[in-house]
Design a protein around this ligand. Sequence first.
Ligand SMILES: C[S@@+](CC[C@H](N)C(=O)[O-])C[C@H]1O[C@@H](n2cnc3c(N)ncnc32)[C@H](O)[C@@H]1O
Length: 251
Amino acid sequence: MSLKIWNYKSHFFLSFFKRPHYAYTVYQAAIQALLLGHKKVSVIEFGVAGGNGLLCLEKYAKILSKKLKIEIKVYGFDTGQGLPKLVDYRDIPQTWQPGFFKMDYEKLRSRLTLAEVILGNVEESLKSFYKMHNPPPIGGILFDLDLYSSTKAAFQIFQTDSKYLLPRVRCYFDDILGNEISLTNEYCGEHLAIVQYNQLSPLKKITPVHHLLAKTFREKWYSKCFVHHAFDHPQYCQFMGNPQQEIPLVA
Ligand SMILES: C[S@@+](CC[C@H](N)C(=O)[O-])C[C@H]1O[C@@H](n2cnc3c(N)ncnc32)[C@H](O)[C@@H]1O
């Protein structure tokens, strides 16, 4: 791997990037796609609002496309109208209210150069996403929909033909840790959506990235990084490591 790519990696581990978690997610998506023989990959942001996150995602996708020679498609999903109606306590109403984070769509569109914004409630827009966009396999998803109900609806993205997904989709859950007001836990918010998803799907699981959590110097965002494993994906068991694994014999 070239020195330039090493620089990119050290950048996000040292948190020089404005959003190192976005840089990490798109980087891991691109590397996995290449190791599995793909020439294109998709990355998604669920919950766009003003577009600051999507603009970052676009920027990192462009840098990596060039360095790694892979095409990276970027999609953003949002109602355009801010947060929808909350269902009940599971949507953490002590923190969120309907209508928060309205988007100025025209302003955002004039700044975007790569990403496609898909407007509408994800519950509806995901029904036709694959048919309308025929995206390259999805390798990374930034979840920032705030609500349990919206995150659960967004998990429809995983109910598709395996050609649309990499076997391991890198995920980031922005609101999984919460704060002193939300006090999020496994019974509400994004965390509950993950727990329920894992109960439903025997061969599809969303798990933390344990090796990041074991690092001596940890960044807060490491705890928000997860992976969607599709254990039944035809490429899940394809070897991606270093074939030179022999331990040299020391006399
Ligand atoms: C916190 S904001 C996103 C901020 C953005 N990711 C950033 O980093 O700048 C959450 C967004 O999720 C969107 N959202 C929440 N539930 C949704 C749903 N069911 N369908 C589509 N968009 C939804 C809201 O419209 C809102 O703009």
